[in-house]
Design a protein around this ligand. Structure first.
Ligand SMILES: Cc1cc2nc3c(=O)[nH]c(=O)nc-3n(C[C@H](O)[C@H](O)[C@H](O)COP(=O)(O)OP(=O)(O)OC[C@H]3O[C@@H](n4cnc5c(N)ncnc54)[C@H](O)[C@@H]3O)c2cc1C
Length: 402
């Protein structure tokens, strides 16, 4: 965080206590949101967020900030729609400017199969409360005049879906706002505090071991992003997650306004414009599972080629920065939230390439679970035991990177 923002956002640090009612491992958006909602909505403020580095240093500060609810299965549409609505009122609730902007999101189809998918998506979204319509090529051009509908003569745009409530918000401001809100309500956040083990008796978690000493806990929640397998391993729990790098990059300033977020599942890339005018782009995950956060030329070359077919103006821009994050990918491309077979140990993971949009709702729902002891209906379909029950939530086509 730069000095200017540090003066604006009131973050205060404390010495760790001997124990807390709730210990959250990971100070990304999901961990901070859970702490915020526990304190704000349920009055549970004897809470600590333990972050091994700095808050928002993981994927929550590395993403492309897209917020949307145009998913392909009813459970996901309802879940993400709640998050879209929570994001819409987060500025009013917290009094902080998170640079939230509703832009609309176009998902383009360049094949008959994709066209069918986008038509079904629009109908499914309308049925479950999300604002998505099917659009023809002419309507695509009207929404985004910079698009070359012939796609350089390679894969013409046949139509698509338009998700009118698709939005973006500044990622680090979301993290700082939730951190500030949690701290104001009495929660503690400890940076540079790495959880190295769990204190366990039989099948019950009693606390955490950290590089700053042991801390007792009534409940421990893992919000460790791409490192969730390591944290779950401390509880003797194997979970169906693989960690893959995901890269993104920005260009220099584009002088025209580029209104919508544009994605193409056939060309496998997506793009939006930042508040500074840069074009922000991303594509699919790296194939090889890895904790490596290095970015590479291959992605730049292939993604820029595909993006340039659809949006020829991109070819005249320069690439300014590129980076990567570590994504916790689940086999069905859906999150895993809730209880585990280990007592007092909850998980909130499987956020892969799509978790920024879910930060408000997952925090809200996980806080409700802790406060009531009951799994809320909205997240019940995403529980860990769905894999054993053969009730996976397959929604690969909505991930945006496949
Ligand atoms: C390039 C890129 C683009 C993306 N674009 C989008 C997008 O447009 N829209 C969208 O919805 N999603 C997007 N995502 C995904 C989204 O960023 C993540 O799903 C989301 O930020 C996950 O938040 P989190 O809090 O679970 O994890 P993180 O933000 O990664 O936080 C986990 C934290 O846990 C800490 N930690 C790990 N182990 C320990 C330990 N042992 N002790 C203490 N702390 C620990 C880490 O240091 C880290 O800070 C993107 C991701 C990437 C990488």
């Amino acid at each position: 965080m730069n000095e200017f923002m540090e003066k604006q956002v009131k973050l205060s640090w404390h010495a760790p206590k001997k124990g807390y009612d709730v210990v959250i491992i990971g100070g990304g958006g999901h961990g901070l949101s859970t702490a915020y909602h526990l304190a704000k909505r349920h009055g549970i403020s004897n809470v600590a967020v333990l972050e091994r580095s700095y808050i928002g240093g993981g994927n929550s500060g590395r993403n492309t900030t897209i917020i949307r609810a145009d998913y392909g299965i009813p459970e996901a549409v309802k879940f993400y729609q709640r998050s879209v609505e929570l994001y819409q009122r987060l500025e009013e609730e917290t009094g902080r400017w998170i640079m939230h902007k509703t832009k609309g999101m176009l998902k383009l189809a360049h094949s008959e199969a994709s066209l069918k998918t986008e038509r079904a998506r629009a109908l499914m979204n309308q049925a479950f409360g999300s604002d998505t319509v099917f659009v023809t090529p002419d309507e695509v051009k009207e929404i985004c005049p910079q698009i070359d509908l012939t796609c350089g003569g390679t894969l013409p745009v046949l139509g698509g879906s338009y998700h009118r409530t698709g939005a973006t918000a500044r990622h680090d401001r979301v993290n700082w706002t939730l951190a500030e809100g949690a701290l104001q309500e009495g929660a503690h956040i400890h940076q540079n505090t790495e959880v190295t083990g769990l204190i366990m008796k039989d099948n019950k978690v009693l606390g955490v071991k950290t590089n700053q000493g042991d801390i007792e806990a009534g409940v421990v929640i893992s919000n460790a992003g791409g490192h969730v397998s390591t944290v779950c391993g401390m509880a003797g729990l194997r979970i169906p997650i693989r960690t893959h790098p995901l890269q993104a990059y920005v260009t220099n300033h584009f002088a025209q306004t580029f209104d919508p977020i544009v994605a193409s599942s056939d060309l496998l890339f997506y793009v939006s414009q930042t508040a500074r005018g840069e074009m922000l782009m991303g594509a699919e995950i790296d194939r090889q599972p890895s904790y490596n956060r290095r970015s590479g030329f291959d992605l730049l070359q292939s993604c820029s080629y595909r993006a340039g077919l659809l949006l020829p103006f991109l070819k005249s821009l320069r690439i300014n920065r590129q980076w990567a994050g570590s994504c916790d990918m689940s086999p069905d491309y859906s999150p895993i939230m809730g209880k585990t077979p280990v007592e007092n140990f909850l998980i909130n993971t499987g956020w892969g390439t799509w978790g920024f949009k879910a930060i408000p709702v997952s925090g809200e729902q996980m806080a409700k679970l802790v406060a009531t002891g009951k799994t809320p209906d909205l997240i019940a379909p995403f529980s860990l035991d769905r894999f054993a029950r053969d009730r996976t939530m397959a929604d690969r086509g909505s991930a945006g990177t496949h």
